[in-house]
Design a protein around this ligand. Sequence first.
Ligand SMILES: NC(=O)CCC(=O)C(=O)O
Length: 264
Amino acid sequence: MKIAVVQMDVAFADPEKNFLRAQNWIEEAAENAVDTIVLPEMWNAGYALEELDRLADENGERTKAFLSEQAKKCNVNIVGGSVAVKKNGQYFNTQYVTNRNGDIVAEYDKAHLFKLMDEHLYMNAGEKANVFNIEGVTCGGVICYDLRFPEWIRAHVLKGAQIMFIPAQWPSKRIDHWQLLLQARAIENQCYIVAVNRVGKDPNNEFNGHSMVIAPWGDLLLSGETSEGILYAELDLQEVKRVRDTIPVFNDRRPNLYEKIFSE
Ligand SMILES: NC(=O)CCC(=O)C(=O)O
């Protein structure tokens, strides 16, 4: 599967600009015959949480229509990072995924809200996992701070995910955590990790990209880029099986033991 990671800058509180930017990046990526395009977290408005009433996408209608149209037009799958959405009067940080036919194949609300960026004061946490199928491959998608919860990523992998998509707005000052945690999640779960972080700044933080694509053995297929642009990587899904056959972590796990210890 050929992947394009869109390491884009996000205009603060300006959905018009961001939808246009995303469209330009998607069109450019699609010229390189990619299978799947991945956008960053909260790309519609940035972390303009105080203005969610004005900025959040009502039921995600605009985002879903946009992703669906782009996917069909460009003949690509799109993992739509995440956007600020209003559902039943509440706000969520939501990921939509669309396949080449323009069908929305996944909708996921970020499960762990990041207090250091005040997310819990404005947003509601999701209660469901996010496993979906694109190109015949079982994938999972979580969002940014979710990365710090190994059991949450593991839950997706146990449900069959061979690729985990992790869009983010992860500030530069903790970029070392981002890199190490992503690599650890790939190695411990013996899966591909496709992680896209934005660049640029907002009133509170600076973001320096470092989007990463990591193979199941922990090899970095893409890492370290700090400027705005599209990054490409090719995933060989046979590698997941090869790594799991070499070190059979999933056969050697002892879930009964873990449950026993947790319940003591
Ligand atoms: N947007 C986020 O969830 C940021 C998470 C983060 O920066 C972290 O250190 O964790």
